[in-house]
Design a protein around this ligand. Structure first.
Ligand code: NAD
Length: 430
């Protein structure tokens, strides 16, 4: 059965999705078609339609709104690549109209938004899968195996993550501001017309549309990966600042550029995450997990390496290695081979379908297989997507209140002061 997809949102990440669709097609796994694209920006939609025609051989119809896609396009599912605040509304309407949904991370803008999406998937019986490629890359599959199954470094005990730079590009700052000081653009000001930057950049400056700054955006990957490696968190304590302007501002006034978080996991593992893109002078990149008998360390100097732990693709350099208590050293490349050697052919096909090792290709293939009835459940379903965003929101809750926050309290909704204004804006109630 040829699955018909609609690509909703034709910005930067949709380009990556199309490249992975081409990757699948080149692997003989092209039994799908993108028959519709949708973007509020006609130019972006046309550009993506051109790309699809060139790379996949079929030109999709172009729709200006997602409502038009639902009403008119003959599709089975949507690939949702919109700004965060739009995820829940589009996903819920799509599922209620009978469409399956692959939704870009973070699944919803808040825990309540995610809960609504997960409940709708259950109610309608439609597939809802979170597009989060990082844990699907060989590096993260391998890191999880090292920490939990291999015995190579013993039981995980602690981790120390530090990323300090002033030279990396952050998406929040990719375009120079033509309007007022970027530090003043957080929240209302970007919506009141003061920000002259293109809309596709601007939404990330608006907490009611983005849900948060780096901790929730690329940080979703970090939180999802930590949970994937180490299980559930018990509590977090966080200090977030925006220091770039020269006067340290609370994160409520400008998106955080400097982050300090302490994590306590239910397993007893503890760790720290220190991250700054406002640290001029000496730079440092170091992610080290310690077990009872050794360590796993990465010192990759790539723009988002602290978020993209052990991502291992051609785009990201990787200098990870394992050091045992006896001094034995294994390169990450060797470790990936060692892990893959433990997999049965069925497990290998499940993790790396047709040999694909790109997390985007893997997540799209998994979604297609779910729709064909060849897999039972998404690896990151609505509830799992919700749990990863709850960790980001627990970090914000701590930074806002100055208290150590129990993760379960954010997950259950007992602690929500950070998310309350965002939920109120989108009319998300219990
Ligand atoms: N997996 C990853 O590594 C990764 C990387 C980047 C972004 N993302 C995620 O992908 C999603 C999109 O991010 P992006 O970087 O592509 O953003 P983007 O700003 O580049 O693209 C968003 C697109 O949505 C369109 N849009 C906005 N409002 C719309 C509406 N009401 N109707 C139709 N179209 C509308 C915009 O015109 C724009 O083309 C986000 O959830 C983001 O977190 C994931």
């Amino acid at each position: 059965m040829t699955i018909r997809l609609a690509l909703i949102g034709c910005g930067s990440i949709s380009r990556r999705h199309v490249l992975s669709m081409q990757d699948l097609q080149l692997r003989g796994r092209g039994d799908f078609v993108v028959s519709a694209v949708c973007d509020a920006n006609q130019e972006a939609a046309t550009e993506r339609a051109d790309m699809l025609e060139e790379l996949l051989g079929v030109r999709p119809a172009i729709f200006p709104t997602y409502q038009a896609v639902i009403a008119e396009a003959e599709v089975d599912a949507v690939d949702l690549c919109l700004p965060h605040g739009l995820h829940h509304g589009v996903a819920v309407d799509s599922m209620e109209a009978g469409l399956h949904v692959l939704c870009e991370k973070p699944l919803g803008i808040t825990v309540k938004a995610c809960r609504l999406m997960a409940e709708t998937a259950e109610k309608t019986g439609k597939v809802l899968s979170t597009a989060a490629p990082h844990r699907r890359h060989p590096g993260q599959r391998t890191a999880r195996w090292i920490l939990n199954e291999s015995g190579l470094i013993g039981s995980p005990q602690s981790f120390f993550h530090s990323f300090r730079s002033a030279t990396v590009l952050r998406r929040h700052e990719q375009e120079p501001a033509k309007g007022p000081d970027p530090a003043s653009l957080w929240a209302e000001k970007s919506r009141s017309g003061g920000d002259q930057r293109p809309e596709h950049i601007r939404w990330r400056q608006d907490r009611l549309m983005s849900g948060g700054g780096p901790v929730l955006d690329s940080g979703f990957h970090y939180c999802d990966s930590l949970r994937y490696y180490l299980g559930e968190v018990d509590k977090v304590y966080a200090e977030l600042r925006a220091v770039k302007s020269g006067k340290p501002l609370p994160f409520t006034e400008a998106p955080e550029d400097t982050v300090f978080v302490t994590f306590a996991f239910k397993s007893g593992v503890t760790g720290t995450w220190a991250w700054s893109v406002a640290a001029p002078g000496e730079e440092a990149y170091d992610v080290t997990f310690y077990g009872t008998r050794g360590s796993l360390r990465e010192t990759t100097n790539a723009p988002f390496s602290i978020f993209h732990l052990f991502q291992r693709t051609s785009e990201f350099r990787e200098t990870a290695r394992l050091t045992g208590a006896d001094g034995t050293i294994y390169s990450m490349e060797r470790l990936v081979e060692m892990h893959r050697a433990t997999l049965s052919p069925e497990e290998e096909e499940f993790l790396y379908p047709g040999g694909a090792t790109d997390g985007f290709s893997v997540e799209i293939w998994e979604f297609l297989e779910l729709l064909r009835g060849n897999r039972e459940a998404p690896e990151i379903d609505g509830w799992e997507g919700m749990r990863s965003i709850a960790l980001g929101d627990a970090i914000y809750e701590s930074a806002l209140t100055g208290e150590a926050i129990r993760y379960e309290d954010v997950l259950s909704g007992a602690r929500s002061s950070y998310q309350d204004p965002i939920d109120a804006h989108w009319g998300l109630t219990d």
